[in-house]
Write a protein that binds this ligand. Sequence first.
Ligand SMILES: [Zn+2]
Length: 995
Amino acid sequence: MRYLLMFLFVSTLLADEQQPSIAHLIAESEAKQALVERIRRADIQVTDNQMSYDVIFYHLDLFPDVSSKILYGDVSMRAVALKNGLEKAELDFLNNMVVDSVFFNGQPTSFEHVNNLLTINFDQVVGKNSQFTTRVVYHGKPSQSGFGAFGFDTHFGKPMIWTLSEPFGARNWWPCKDAPIDKADSVDIRVKVRSDLIVASNGNLVDVSEKNGFKTYFWQERYPIVTYLVSLAIYPYSTYSDWYVSANSDSMEVQFYVLDGYMSYAKQQNAKTVSMIETFSNIFGEYPFIKEKYGHAQFLWGGGMEHQTITSLGGYGEGLIAHELSHQWWGDMVTCEDFHHIWLNEGFATYSEALWWESRSGEAALHQDMAAKAYLGDGTIYVENPLTDNIFYYQTTYAKAAWVLHMLRHVVGDDIFFDMLKTYYHDFKFKTVNTDQFRALCESVSGLDLESYFDQWIYKSGAPFYEYVWWHEKADSEDEWRVMGVLRQVQYPHPVFEMPVDIQIKTKRQETTVVLQNNQREQPFEFVVKGEPETVHIDKNNWILKRVSQISEPYFTVRTVSVTDDKSRPLSAIAPGTTAHITFSLQNMGTTATNVTVRLSTDDADIQLNTSRIDVGEMRPSGEFTNLDQPFIVQATEDARDHLAFLQISVEYSGGASLPHEFYIPIGSPTLLIVDDDAGADYEKYYPSIAVQGRQFASFWTVAQQGIPPLDTLQSVQHVLWFTGDDSVSTFTREEQTLVADYLSGGGHLLISGQSIGYDLVEDGDEQDVSFYHNVLFADYKPDIISDIAVVGLPGDPVGDGLTIRFEDLGDGAGNQNRLRELLPVEPAVQSFFFLPSRKSAGIRYADSVSGARLVYVAFGLEGIEGPKETSAAELLSQSIQWFKQIDTNSQENSSTLPTDFIIEQNYPNPFNPATTIRFYNPERNQVQVDIYNALGQRVRTLHDGLLETGWHVMSWNGQMDDEESSASGVYFVQVRTNSSNQYGSKTVKMLKLN
Ligand SMILES: [Zn+2]
């Protein structure tokens, strides 16, 4: 806070001329939010009882004792019942304050004081429309942390008492119905202080009396006021006054209370206050509290607080003074009914600063101030949940909300906009308001339907990012030209913004502004102008909160790619040896391109390109091209493996080329089964992109709809990914445990992902669940929830190496990883991942050399992974599968003399019956022999013996021996032998046949 204050002081010294200083607003927003944080957990809802009465009047009798720092209070409330049979009144009042006695209609009565709520019991029932009074005598040290709500402080060694109660802090120091929706009609504030102290407060000072070394100040606020605006500022202030003369020639005092050490600077800066009151009274309507006063009471806090008739100021920047003064109209006179709609206070005050600069220095100053407040990021202005969200988020509540008014002004025009403000003043004077009411008022004044305007700017996130391209041609009439173009909105994934957009067209003769009613993602425009056009600008004068860029070269986008057979029927995959037709649609989003050529390419050895080039010729802006009548034709090789083949479409033109567009074609059958076992949640939506980015051809099984998958479904693919989301009840049922155990003992490859499996099986499970966890998954579990947000793979680990994984809810992942717990390996499993910074185990793996089983189990859901690279979930999948495919090092090897890039993959399915497939890569054209051996090392079958070409080769073994007898169950080996540099070498894979 000291730092903040010093910083503000320096910045205001520099701010004599206008500069885009937003520091005071950020200070205000941050400090106000600190108060919200502090009481966030308290019950701050308006209770049903509180909705049953309406406050008329409060009387506060206070004695803040600066020596003991105890506040003594005696607060009365007069209210009217809104329903029959009212038996009690509930007041907000924090528990740490001690209630000494309570009165109802002048008589002592009983009360309860729990959960920061003081319940006053009535000894007689109050009927509808009847008035009653309550009185609470109390004392205590008002709780304070951060910046609020009641401070016993010192400045230059002298006591300084201040308050700041917005949004929910009045209850820290006086009992009240602490909700903006119920304004009291008036408030009396009587404060006893040591006689050297001066009390500044709301309304008029009607009396000061002195007795026994103490003074009592009596302030009366006779205009309606909300509780968070009731304030005290107490110090041996130096004071002086100025005078504002209203349109009716009434003189109103403007009072300044200045702390020691600031007088000359304060006088210099305060001097503008009266002309600001004049300016705002002219624009909005007369200063609302004209029969009382306005004033500044300096206090020890960065920024300012718009206490009614007496702003508390921590600095003297001109923008800050204008901001807090304008709150007297917008925030104090008209108050948001609750903090969902706080923008109706802060957005108005922030825009009022710009209005002040405009009136002082002209239109350029208005735009300069607004440019400094442009915010293009995410977050809604409407506060979804005032109990948990940041109410005073500077970028939305202040800056973007000011832009909503600025843009509205341009949409309706100056006359209507300022008419709206005057009507708003008139219709809502001394009332509370919400966004819908303000919108309805704007609609009735302007005659426009503004529903989509308010919806997109107040309730939705983001701002338009425009791109445009333009060109021109000669029109028929003399010296007339046609300007054509396309305006595009590219703020994905945010929806289209509907706004009137100014387009400035400058020709050799003139500059014209035309308006495009823009309501499409991509909207063409055409205007006829006099003179040959030279430049076209979009919203040159910055009336829209936006980003804009002009496209000045060809710019191609591939819109769709379809893979079909030769009858244009869509193909979900192509079989080895068959062909497919590829059609695409291409659009030029930029300027005219000539000699356009489209090429298809791939480095996938299993794909042959029968056609790979199309000459398109010229493409105009917005022009589209599709190759329906001349599709690219591709063919999968006879021995193509099951996988996703990736291809690229690229565009070349005279003078440039576009970035390639990548797409994929599934070849053969899926190699990965993704088991969706998230108890009916929709996390499966994250997995297709994880699989594609991980280069895996996946099929899906949804347990919630299809039941538990049969074992042979699992064994029909090479690998299984099983995810449980954030299910913590039915992660692995008994039946699923049997399935997983069978799958693994048969040599399955399984990746398990889920945050609550250990909790479900160990914490909540029986003996058998625990046994499955320990003896099948080889996992152990720790119940403590880990607050770490990162997971790192163990260096050198075949699955974890190089992976860094984060779970912050950045919007890409599911944001569901909030119950992470430690997952430990049980022998023979080993650790593959750990959490950071705690370094606790986060993932394990194990391999069984007899069955060939491989398991990777991570203590988190892949769907929740955020990055740092958004591809890290795909990388985890891909590295797991690479490890699954590696040959078990325990099997017989003699590969030292083989070329280093000779590859043999694990057979699949495995275990098998009767047939299985072996796939290997031969790095050079050579003699190759492929043999099957039994567990005794006897050769039972030769699959190949002869010359083989370079590349991938797939061979099947039907399980028969050379004599065509069926082989027995058990372990077999496939050995591939080849020679390199005239030396034979071999690689061997172990297989399991089940009969
Ligand atoms: Zn403000």
